[in-house]
Design a protein around this ligand. Structure first.
Ligand code: NHR
Ligand code: GAR
Length: 213
């Protein structure tokens, strides 16, 4: 008897290498989640081909066909909810989401971000890490909150900055780690091992009842 797998919808904007890591993990018989659909805000991207190759449903919700963020996010919600996912994953998704969207998926929306948050929220993280003279960089998986890249952290991975690194070499080193930690976080969620605890102001993620980080 196989247990029910958690249905997951993945949102992408481009290449989809993180999506591929998720698809590859989902192919393991013991994996507690399945990818129900992949939705891209950009048509024609490589990530959509990866999904199609794995026989996963795809949809395009093009932000350019919407007059404003509210209308785009409403269309996104309609398309996601058609699959009744237990979890929505932002895997290289490049549009900032409205508070209404974030509320709709409260505690079931996660993002992979290419920095050691709270350092370097937003875009162009690798160049900013190099310019700051940091010795370490990395990636974070976090629950999404309304404020950009500031929701409670689930897991991080660190990489060293090496002499002669440019944004490209550093991004490649970080990306390898992204591919490890994103499927791991999704498994934890699907296994019911994560909880968000608020202590006054701050929220933190618990894994098996202990602070995740
Ligand atoms: N939305 C909310 N409300 N909260 C978060 O934490 C979010 C989010 C949407 C996306 C991913 C994030 C990242 O990991 C993410 C986290 C896009 C931008 C951005 O400025 C910033 C951060 C992230 C994603 N996007 C531009 C915009 O105007 C468009 C850039 C483009 O299309 O290339 O939306 O880094
Ligand atoms: C990844 O490095 C991801 O962390 C980052 O974009 C890349 C997407 O690569 N995400 C963001 O910067 C979100 N704003 P992928 O399409 O190959 O997974």
């Amino acid at each position: 008897m196989s247990k029910e797998k958690l249905p997951v919808v993945v949102l992408i904007s481009g290449r989809g290498s993180n999506l591929q890591a998720i698809i590859d993990d989902a192919e393991n018989a013991d994996c507690p989640f399945e990818v129900s659909a992949v939705i891209s805000n950009r048509p024609g991207v490589a990530g959509l081909e990866r999904a199609q190759r794995a026989n996963i449903s795809t949809r395009i919700v093009d932000h350019k066909s919407h007059a404003n963020r509210e209308s785009f996010d409403a269309a996104l919600i309609e398309n996601i909810d058609a699959y009744q996912p237990g979890l929505v994953v932002l895997a290289g998704f490049m549009r900032v989401l409205t508070a209404d969207f974030v509320k709709h998926y409260e505690e079931r929306l996660i993002n992979i971000h290419p920095s050691l948050l709270p350092e370097f929220p937003g875009l162009d993280t690798h160049q900013r890490a190099i310019d700051s003279g940091a010795r370490e960089h990395g990636a974070s998986v976090h629950f999404v909150s309304c404020a950009l890249d500031s929701g409670p952290l689930i897991v991080q991975a660190r990489v060293p900055l090496e002499t002669g690194d440019d944004a490209e070499t550093l991004a490649a080193r970080v990306l390898e780690q992204e591919h490890r930690i994103l499927p791991r976080a999704i498994r934890w969620f699907a296994e019911g091992r994560l909880a968000i605890e608020s202590d006054g102001e701050a929220e933190r993620v618990m894994l098996d009842g202990n602070p995740a980080l």
